[in-house]
Design a binder for this molecule. Structure first.
Ligand code: BES
Ligand code: ZN
Length: 457
C-alpha cells in the first residue's frame, strides 16, 4: 500500500485540476434546459473511467438520464465492490448569492467551491483517483469493482430501481460502497448506517379561472393562498407532531443504546445555531437535535407560491396557489403507504371552494444497517488508517433512495463512507468540499479496497 499512497500524494495537484473539469459541467438533472449537459457529463465520466483503467465502460440508456457503467474484474476469488455515485447536481439558484460562479470551480482556503463539489462529484472523483492509483501503480486492484453512476439522484432516482432489476446479474457483488454523505464534523470521520426515506408531493389549488380584483370579488370567492395556508396549518401541530392519521404507525422507536451513543458525539448545539443563523431550534420536545434529524420523520413545505410577490402592492385575489411538500421517513415507514394517507388527508382538508390537484412526485425508502457487518468494519479500519482517527457511527437525515433497492434486490449490505461536511452547503449557494478531506478520502478509499479484499467471502 505504501507505494500507492505515495502515488496519491504525488498527484494531488493534478487531481484538483481534473476535478475542476468534472465540476465545470452543469449537469443539473432537475432542469430540462440542462439535458444536453447531463449527457455530456455522463460521457465525461465514461472517458475518465477509461482513462483510470476501468474496463467495459459504457453509457446504459434508461427512460431518463444514462447510467454510466465500468468495471475491473481481474481479482478472481476476491470480493466484488459495487461502487455507486451520482453525476447529476442540484440547481444553482439563487445565483446571486454565489461568491464565485457555480460551474467555475475555485479554490479558497483549502476548499474547492462549485456546485457538486461535495454532492457528489468530488466524492465520486475521490474513488476514481483511488482506483487509478491502484491500477497505475500496482497494475491491479485487490478487489473486483463495478462502478455505476446515475444522473437522476437529485430528482428521486425514478428510473434506477428498474435498471437494477433489469441488470441484476451484471450488478452482482458482495457489498455496495457509496460516498455521498457527510462526516459528523471537521476532524471526525464517520460511517453512516442509516438514512431517512422520502415522499415528495405537490398540491395545486385553483379558486377561479383567472386572478380577480380583490375589492370586487374579495369576500365572495375563496383565496387559494389562504386556503392552502389553512390546510398546511392542519398538517403539523406546534410541537412538531404530524397530524396525518396513521403517520406514525410503523415508526421504529429509537434504541436506547443509539440514544446513548449519539449523546456522546461531539455535537455543540450553540455552534450549530450560530453556523446556520438559527434563532432557536424547533422540533419534537422529547428528542434531541440529532434524534430529530436522524431518527424521526418530518413533514416540510419545500416551496410555496401564490399571488403577487413583486415590488409594491397589488390588490389581487390569486387564482392559484401551489405548495411542494415532502416528508422524510424513518424505518419502517413505507413511502407508498405514507403517500396514500397523505393524499387522503389533503383531499379531506381541501374545502369545496377550491379545485385540488394532488401530484405524487417521487419517493424512497428509509435504510438502516447493522454496523457489525464485516465490510462496515473493514471500512472503519481503512478510515482509521487514512484519517488517523477511528470513525464514529452516525445516521443521517438525508436520503439516497437506491440504497434500500441494493439491499432488497441485490441482497447487498452498503457501506456509506462520506467525506463531506455538514456546513459545505450541499443544495445551497457556495457548495464546497474541503480538499484535505478529499485527499484523505482518496487515500482512505485506496486503503478501503485493500481492507475489503481481506473480508472472507
Ligand atoms: N447526498 C445526498 C444525500 C445525503 C445528504 C445523505 C446528507 C446523507 C447526508 C443526496 O444527493 C440527496 O440530496 N438526496 C436527496 C434525495 C431525494 C431527491 C430523493 C435528498 O436527500 O433530498
Ligand atoms: Zn444531493
Amino acid at each position: 500500500m505504501d507505494n500507492i499512497i505515495d502515488f496519491i500524494n504525488l498527484h494531488r495537484e493534478r487531481y484538483v485540476d481534473e476535478l475542476k473539469a468534472f465540476l465545470a459541467i452543469p449537469s443539473v438533472s432537475a432542469l430540462s434546459e440542462h439535458r444536453a449537459d447531463v449527457t455530456r457529463c455522463a460521457e465525461w465520466c465514461a472517458e475518465e473511467m477509461r482513462r483510470i483503467g476501468l474496463q467495459n465502460v459504457s453509457l446504459k440508456a434508461t427512460p431518463g438520464n444514462p447510467v454510466v457503467y465500468g468495471d475491473w474484474l481481474g481479482a478472481p476469488g476476491a470480493p466484488t465492490i459495487l461502487f455507486y455515485g451520482h453525476y447529476d447536481v442540484q440547481p444553482v439558484d439563487p445565483l446571486n448569492l454565489w461568491e464565485s460562479p457555480p460551474f467555475e470551480a475555485t479554490v479558497r482556503d483549502g476548499e474547492i467551491y462549485a456546485r457538486g463539489a461535495a454532492d457528489d462529484k468530488g466524492q465520486v472523483f475521490m474513488h476514481f483517483k483511488a482506483i487509478e492509483a491502484h491500477l497505475k501503480q500496482a497494475g491491479r486492484l485487490p478487489v473486483n469493482i463495478k462502478v455505476i453512476l446515475e444522473g437522476e439522484e437529485e430528482v428521486g432516482s425514478v428510473n434506477l430501481d428498474n435498471f437494477i432489476v433489469q441488470h441484476q446479474a451484471e450488478l452482482a457483488a458482495d457489498v455496495v460502497v457509496i460516498s455521498d454523505s457527510a462526516m459528523f464534523a471537521r476532524g471526525v470521520p464517520s460511517i453512516c448506517y442509516g438514512l431517512r426515506g422520502l415522499v415528495y408531493c405537490q398540491i395545486d389549488l385553483r379558486g377561479s379561472s383567472t386572478d380577480l380584483h380583490s375589492g370586487v370579488f374579495g369576500g365572495a370567492v375563496a383565496n387559494p393562498a389562504f386556503v392552502l395556508a389553512q390546510m398546511i396549518s392542519q398538517m403539523k401541530d406546534r410541537g412538531g407532531h404530524i397530524k396525518i392519521p396513521g403517520f406514525y404507525d410503523d415508526v421504529l422507536a429509537l434504541a436506547e443504546e443509539e440514544r446513548k451513543a449519539w449523546a456522546e458525539l461531539p455535537f455543540n448545539e450553540r455552534q450549530y445555531k450560530k453556523d446556520f443563523g438559527i434563532p432557536k431550534l424547533a422540533g419534537e420536545s422529547d428528542y434531541t437535535t440529532l434524534e430529530r434529524t436522524w431518527a424521526r420523520p418530518t413533514l416540510e413545505v419545500n416551496g410555496l407560491l401564490s399571488g403577487f410577490t413583486a415590488e409594491g402592492a397589488k390588490t389581487v385575489l390569486p387564482a392559484v396557489a401551489m405548495a411542494k411538500i415532502s416528508m422524510r421517513l424513518v424505518p419502517n415507514q413505507d413511502p407508498d403507504k405514507i403517500a396514500q394517507i397523505f393524499e387522503d388527508y389533503v383531499r379531506k382538508l381541501a374545502p369545496k371552494t377550491v379545485e385540488l390537484t394532488f401530484t405524487r412526485m417521487h419517493g424512497g425508502k428509509p435504510w438502516m444497517t447493522a454496523y457489525q457487518n464485516p465490510y462496515v468494519q473493514a471500512a472503519a479500519r481503512s478510515i482509521e488508517r487514512g484519517f488517523g482517527r477511528k470513525p464514529v457511527f452516525t445516521r443521517e437525515g438525508g436520503s439516497i433512495p437506491v440504497v434500500s433497492t441494493f439491499q432488497e434486490v441485490l441482497g447487498l449490505p452498503a457501506v456509506l463512507f462520506g467525506v463531506g461536511l455538514p456546513d459545505e452547503n450541499a443544495h445551497a449557494p457556495n457548495e464546497k468540499l474541503d480538499l484535505g478531506n478529499f485527499h484523505g478520502g482518496v487515500i482512505a478509499s485506496a486503503i478501503l479496497y485493500d481492507e475489503m479484499s481481506r473480508v472472507p467471502k
